[in-house]
Write a protein that binds this ligand. Sequence first.
Ligand code: ACO
Length: 384
Amino acid sequence: MTENNVVISKGLEGVFISDTTLCKIDGSKGKLWYRGYPIEVLAEKSNYEEVAYLLLYGKLPTKKELSTFEDRLKDEREVSEEIQTIIKTFAGKSHPNDVLRTCVSALSAYDEDMSDRSNDANMERAIKLIAKMPTIVAMIGRQNRGKEFIAPRNDLGHSENFLYMLTGKKPDEESARLIDLMFILHAEHGSNASTFSTLVTGSTLSDVYSAVVAGISTLRGPLHGGADEAALKMMKAIGEPDNTESYIESALEGKQRIMGFGHRVYKAYDPRAKVVYNYLKTFMKTTTDEHVEKLLEIAIRAEKLMEEKLSKTKGIWPNIDFFAGPLYTAMDIPSDLFTPIFASSRMAGWTAHLFEYWTNNRLFRPLDNYVGELDLKYVDISKR
Ligand code: ACO
């Protein structure tokens, strides 16, 4: 409270911005539901296409509805020569998330009628964006490794096809399931920073492309989606599992943040991180890759130490971004693609939120509390 009776909520902490039926987070119990379905159930039983449908249309699809939706996504996977040229021009010069952002922005040029703001037209845009983003991300990854682009395969599922386009190999059953699991877990998460910035842009009655470009840009930072890449960087810096405890302890003593830990809403274990953690422990028993094995052990030991040091006392638990690195590494996914993959998956949540917000739109226009001087005397530049 200031002298003007202004209450400032830094970072909009604790501020509700709208009603929603998309997502419920119980931060104190560590629970998450998409459209009322517990995340653990969707992670176990569903697939990304079904989850995207659920988010966009508000209900689980029938078999026929799902198959039509999947076919639409498959029809839209390819990207034009011009988009491929953008990738060839900028990949390697800019971070993959920035190249993705530029490509998504350029996709608006292919919209046949930007003035059509009907629900049907917007849903078509969402489908195109969800379908094309994994292709763009895979192409960026290929370009960065000096490899030819690989065309999508229509006999493969959404995320499985992404891995195929990136690595050039049809994923085995376990990798296909794991990448799909990661897509499901990243699909939606309430009014987080990137969804909020999507809504802020959308609330001016701007268009779908502009709004989601704001989301992609906001996701990039290490306090949000960029934490997955930063967490793996830390694990690599730790190097040997036996260094884990000393590294984390000295980082905490130096008041550093441990990337992949903490959350504005969760003060309990992030349920998405728990799903991944459980998977990771099983995966650890089967992997034969020494490098991945080390990363997994570092992640597990860091989690244990943090639990003793900070989780129980300060409510700083692992978030979804912490365990992604070792698992993506096992699938031969380079770390600079982690955030763009997150963005590809979150496109379903961003667009679903945008369409929901537009049903009862109100321009975002908060206030700031001016604390500077007033009525200063203007001095001519020659006399300053
Ligand atoms: N490591 C060590 N200490 C931490 C961490 C962390 N990762 N996160 C928070 N803290 C400490 C802060 O230093 C602060 O301590 P203090 O009270 O002694 O000053 C206290 O916990 C509260 O921190 P805030 O920054 O006020 O909490 P906020 O709600 O703003 O933070 C955030 C949330 C930004 C996610 C934070 O936990 C963080 O920086 N985490 C690391 C980055 C990260 O993993 N981001 C991904 C989040 S999930 C996602 O976006 C997909």
